[in-house]
Design a protein around this ligand. Structure first.
Ligand SMILES: [Zn+2]
Ligand SMILES: [Zn+2]
Length: 342
């Protein structure tokens, strides 16, 4: 029997991926659908995906499924047939990644969750299936150019920082639950205005549009399939691309380029244009930051010389210091991301 991914080290998993002589198809899909026994579904999916050599992160909840994963190309047919054989999922549309990268995920995680998208909502009168209407790529382009319309980025600040629609509202938030609160509050006097929501793959907007309708917004629609599908439609239909920069994605790549413009600035030097995300190599810090080539080279992938120096200390000392005062002294430690002002 093959050893499960979770029992292997990261180095081992990476080495295995490196040695592969086939390519992988990276995709995502989700559906809000009632799943009566999430645990049973989890076992079923894990068994099959593991046998097919799939990697990725799949969440199952009573409200549905949310998957970001890849499939070895030679097993695509088997994968597709398996998904279609499950009544709850037989009409799920896949979103295939624009850029191909076999290392998009290094292991397989299938997990039962409370919700497929954490929303912090606790309102029993709210019906998440009462969603707003969909927008195509051509339609959201019209919203972007219409001065009456409001285009809202439903993602977190670190995502919209590297890429967003021209003129979009990009709230400075770290979580989806904050975002839901901020938009209903900030747009409270715009309840009749045409509003277009968008996110990475569409899953957050399904819920957000339903939530805004629940809060009295009359004219709220959302981009079907999110930025991922927008990029496909723009290419296929030769539309003008109104999305500037990169689409942040939650895998090892941390971003898919949609347009050539670099709209963000390096967090380390705060001078050079940059839009590549890194996690500080110092595990005690691990902050998410944008780095330019020069800063990454100079500091060796650390967010600062302080972190670089710290990482060179003997392991025993590092462990002790981390526990005792390092985290307290590092001003940005409590934040999950770096910003230009921090
Ligand atoms: Zn820099
Ligand atoms: Zn650091």
């Amino acid at each position: 029997m093959k050893k499960e991914d979770r029992l292997k080290s990261k180095e081992q998993l990476l080495a295995e991926l490196e040695a592969e002589d086939f390519s992988r198809i990276t995709l995502s899909f989700y559906k809000y659908v009632a799943i009566s026994n999430p645990q049973k579904m989890r076992e079923k999916l894990h068994e099959k995906f593991f046998a097919l050599g799939c990697k990725g992160r799949i969440y199952i909840a009573q409200e549905g499924i949310n998957a970001q994963m890849n499939v070895p190309e030679h097993n695509w047919e088997a994968f597709d047939q398996f998904i279609k054989s499950i009544p709850e999922f037989n009409d799920i549309p896949y979103k295939i990644a624009v850029e191909e990268d076999s290392k998009s995920f290094i292991k397989l995680i299938v997990r039962v969750k409370d919700k497929i998208v954490a929303d912090g909502l606790n309102d029993s009168s709210f019906d998440p299936s009462n969603t707003g209407e969909y927008l195509t790529a051509a339609e959201i382009n019209d919203y972007v150019t219409n001065p009456e319309a409001i285009v809202v980025d439903m993602r977190n600040a670190y995502e919209s920082e590297v890429g967003h629609f021209e003129g979009a509202v990009t709230p400075n938030v770290d979580t989806f639950r904050e975002e839901l609160a901020v938009i209903t509050d900030e747009l409270s006097d715009k309840k009749d205005a045409p509003i277009a929501l968008y996110c990475t793959g569409g899953i957050r907007c399904e819920k957000a549009s339903a939530w805004m309708k629940h809060n009295g917004f009359e004219n709220v629609k959302h981009l079907k399939g999110g930025i991922i599908d927008y990029a496909h439609q723009v290419k296929e239909q030769k539309l003008e691309n109104k999305f500037k920069g990169k689409n942040f994605v939650f895998d090892e790549r941390m971003g898919e380029r949609i347009s050539d413009e670099i709209i963000a600035t390096c967090h380390v030097c705060t001078k050079h244009k940059a839009d590549t995300h890194y996690h500080c190599k110092n595990q005690a810090c691990h902050i998410l930051f944008i780095g330019c080539e020069e800063c990454i080279e100079q500091k060796g992938g650390y967010c600062s010389y302080k972190c670089k120096g710290f990482d060179k200390l003997p392991a025993k000392f590092k462990k002790w210091t981390t526990r005792n005062d390092y985290k307290k002294n590092l001003t940005h430690y409590k934040k999950k991301r770096m910003t230009i002002s921090s």
